[in-house]
Write a protein that binds this ligand. Structure first.
Ligand code: ZN
Length: 68
């Protein structure tokens, strides 16, 4: 294939950065059509309990009920 044609064809192969939309609840930039990671809301409804998740993470990192 001619080099010029090859280069022209490859001019369309670049990857585009993911466009982020805003969360309707907290306003943070999130990928579209996905549950917000920061507040757990999607389409005005809370679908993830973020606080419970964070508490569980903290328990794992530093367990308060240390035996012995
Ligand atoms: Zn949010």
């Amino acid at each position: 294939m001619a080099k010029g044609k090859q280069l022209r064809r490859r001019s369309h192969l670049a990857l585009k950065a993911n466009s982020l939309s805003k969360c309707g609840h907290c306003g943070k930039p999130i990928p579209g059509h996905q549950v917000c990671k920061f507040c757990g809301f999607y389409k005005g409804k809370e679908v993830l309990n973020i606080i419970a998740k964070q508490l569980a993470k903290r328990e794992k990192a530093a367990p308060q009920s240390a035996r012995r």
